[in-house]
Design a protein around this ligand. Structure first.
Ligand code: ADP
Ligand code: MG
Ligand code: ZN
Length: 727
């Protein structure tokens, strides 16, 4: 009892706090008893104190390993700020001068320094090891310990070399590992690598009750974001994009739409970057558009929304980034835009990396996909990912809980799924077992002879998404788990065996189908960006009649997304029509008149208020590359030369040209087409498009024959076709 009182006294004396937070005190006692300690608490939980206070009370110097030089300096300043002698804490890293290093070593040797912060790469230096060998060490603290694991979102190879050095210099000093993100897999890696399997765990809940989670189909994302921000004017927000290029583009788009936004990414020069960060912190701008380089160590308490323009690479990253919203406990909206295409892009980026790394990356992505596509409570899934069971059925603060999907009895399918896991002796991952159930003859299936299994093809009436939901929800119900050593292999739990022995009704929530949503929304607007379905139908009808009169396929006049946009924006003049997606001045003039007349009558008759404030201005077309291409084509430069000048391939140039023409700009590329295709071939393709059902390239190749016509030929003529007739 006496001891407890004195600990609180020490807390007050050194840090000025009245009482411990959460599990701080229990963890500190464990350290003081000289035992290895594992601390899992969310950011802001007060982890530092768990090694700082023992360090001040114990004999010798504590070695604190921390990954970032900048964070290290902050930490030392913070400790000194509590009013102790300056030399009580020091750091040792590559930023110090020789003289400074000398001073640090002297203070440590004289016993004045109780906390020594060391970067992992400094720890492994021979001269430092020699020095540390001579001093008494009270404890080792490994901050941001998830850096040890390749399965963490922030892997640092140097972190793997900590244990051997501790063995050399540590004597019997206890190890304290601390992190704010750790899945079961990462936890296991940390304990194993540091050799502290026996460490006592001190864990606090990762639930952030005030955060609202939502995943939306990635369609008309800019419009959705601009609308969202205008509904939240004056509030601070972060928008994360995967690429620096997207960061720049989106920031520019927001700016021309009168939103106070600035970009932030590691490719910018340091002064501009930190200037932009300061403007965000000082609230001179509302929105920062950033890569994930933004946020580490940034503590703005009143960020009201975090938008993911692109899906993050892992759920850990997602949790970290969304975690920057609502740190003061107030509103925090977390909206993510999801399209499976982005996942494929991320997979492509992984090509060329070491195989093991690819495998890890792919598994992490799969967990992200499951999260995004699931119609279960987001909070339940997220917390389950961190090994936590969220007790309530409906959190009331995520899209899936606010709009629950229908549930269906899937007891039989769960039984089938579990039995399939058993049939392959619990040695395969969910995707492989899904392939077995749906009867896919993949190379892997054949090589294991799994097409001869009892379960092969037994579940073919359901698709992959369905079986994905079966496994994901069995996991959340605790019937199965993912193996830790061989991450991803599905294992039965005791509960799973009990279920098989005596199945109980199991209600399954079907997954979302965002791809379907994306298609239906770019055709007829629905959902978040609700257009006017009646007007859309009328516009389609008018397009059909006009096309017939002109003897052209309807898509030449306006494509579906343009009509959809019209049914949102209600343009009633040619100027307004030009601002519609995919419509330029040429197209507006040539085909627009009857459309704006129809819309005007419709607006008048139905007394519609037009959303003139929400015309999203685009800057994408003004990209330097596009301007360069337009100018080069005016000067009749060959596509090969254009490609060479920009380090591209011809097919990339064609893609850019397509985008330019698609956004409504007229381009004359006859000079180039005449160069590469004779007249007959040109005519054949052109005539094909006149009669075609749609403008798809694959249908064109099928119809025209790929021996005679290359994809590039067809695409070139399609550009000409749109440019001549459409714009
Ligand atoms: P973490 O490393 O878990 O993200 P920190 O150790 O940086 O968290 O602490 C977060 C904040 O909480 C700091 O400002 C710290 O001073 C404060 N803090 C820590 N312990 C207490 C306590 N017992 N009472 C009040 N504030 C505390
Ligand atoms: Mg910390
Ligand atoms: Zn929920």
């Amino acid at each position: 009892m006496y001891k407890d009182v004195s600990l609180t006294e020490h807390l007050q004396k050194y840090f000025g706090f009245d009482r411990f937070k959460g599990k701080q005190e229990a963890a500190i006692k464990n350290v003081l008893e000289g035992k290895n300690t594992f601390v899992l608490m969310p950011t802001g939980g007060g982890k530092s104190l768990i090694y700082q206070l023992p360090a001040l009370l114990m004999d010798g110097t504590a070695i604190i390993i921390s990954p970032l030089i900048a964070l290290m300096k902050n930490q030392v300043d913070a400790i000194r700020g509590f009013g102790t002698e300056d030399n009580i804490a020091h750091f040792l890293n590559s930023s110090l001068s020789k003289a400074a290093v000398h001073q640090v070593k002297e203070d440590v040797t004289n016993g004045k320094t109780k906390l020594l912060y060391v970067a992992p790469e400094s720890l492994t230096k021979e001269e430092n090891i020699e020095f540390l060998n001579k001093i008494k060490i009270s404890l080792f603290a490994i901050d941001e310990a998830h850096c040890i694991s390749e399965w963490g979102h922030d892997f640092r190879p140097e972190y793997r070399r900590i244990r051997p050095i501790v063995n050399e210099i540590g004597g019997d000093a206890p190890i304290v590992a601390l992190t704010a993100t750790a899945t079961a897999k990462v936890q296991h890696d940390i304990k194993k690598n540091l050799g502290i399997i026996n460490a006592k765990l001190f864990k606090e809940s990762f639930n952030r009750a005030n955060l609202y989670y939502e995943v939306k189909p990635k369609v008309k994302t800019e419009t959705q974001i601009i609308r969202f921000i205008s509904e939240n004017t004056g509030k601070s927000g972060i928008i994360y994009c995967l690429s620096r290029k997207k960061v720049e583009e989106l920031a520019a788009t927001l700016q021309v739409n009168n939103i106070k936004a600035l970009p932030y990414h590691a490719g910018m020069d340091a002064a501009t970057r930190s200037g932009n960060q300061d403007k965000f912190l000082m609230e001179e701008v509302d929105v920062i558009v950033a890569t994930i380089a933004f946020g580490m160590g940034i503590d703005k308490p009143d960020v009201r929304f975090v938008i993911h323009y692109d899906i993050p690479k892992s759920l850990e990253g997602y949790y970290q980034e969304t975690g920057r919203a609502g740190r003061d406990g107030g509103e925090g909206k977390c909206v993510t835009f999801y399209s499976y295409k982005d996942i494929q892009k991320l997979e492509k980026f992984m090509h060329g990396k070491p195989v093991a790394e690819q495998e890890i990356g792919r598994q992490l992505l799969l967990d992200t996909v499951s999260y995004a596509e699931s119609a279960l409570c987001r909070r339940i899934i997220l917390l389950h990912y961190f090994g936590e069971k969220y007790q309530t059925e409906n959190c009331g603060n995520c899209d899936n809980c606010l709009n629950p999907k229908e549930q269906l009895d899937a007891t039989n399918e769960i039984v089938i799924g579990l039995n399939a896991i058993l049939e392959v002796n619990e040695k395969y991952k969910a995707e492989h077992i899904t392939d077995i159930l749906t009867g896919k003859n993949t190379a892997a299936i054949k090589s294991f002879k799994h097409n001869e299994l009892k379960h092969f093809g037994i579940g073919h009436e359901h698709d992959e998404k369905y079986w994905n939901a079966v496994f994901r929800q069995s996991m959340i119900a605790g019937l199965i788990s993912k193996d830790i050593e061989n991450y991803g292999l599905l294992k039965m739990t005791k509960k799973g065996h009990e279920f098989l022995a005596k199945p109980k009704t199991f209600m399954l929530v079907r997954n979302h189908d965002y791809e379907e949503d994306i298609e239906s929304q770019s055709g007829a607007p629905a959902g978040a960006i609700s257009g006017d379905p009646e007007l859309f139908a009328m516009l389609k009808d008018l397009r059909k009649r006009n096309a017939k009169k002109l003897n052209l396929p309807p898509f030449v006049l306006f494509q579906d997304p343009s009509l959809a946009d019209m049914s949102i924006q209600y343009p009633i003049s040619l100027e307004e029509l030009q601002k519609i997606q995919g419509v330029g001045p040429g197209k507006a003039k040539r085909y627009g008149k009857s459309f704006i007349e129809l819309i005007k009558t419709y607006v008048d008759e139905n007394e519609i208020e037009r959303p003139q404030d929400l015309v999203v201005k685009s800057v994408a077309n003004k990209s330097k590359l596009k301007v360069f291409i337009i100018q080069s084509i005016d000067r009749k430069i060959s596509f090969e030369d254009i490609a060479n000048a920009k380090g591209l391939e011809v097919k990339d140039v064609i893609s850019e040209v397509e985008a330019i023409v698609h956004s409504g700009t007229k381009l004359n590329i006859d000079y180039y087409i005449d160069d590469v295709l004779d007249e007959d071939h040109q005519e054949d393709i052109f005539e094909y498009f006149r009669e075609a059902e749609d403008d798809s390239i694959s249908s064109a190749i099928e119809e025209l024959g790929e021996d005679e016509y290359s994809e590039e030929d067809i695409r070139l003529i399609r550009v000409k076709f749109f440019s001549d007739l459409g714009n």
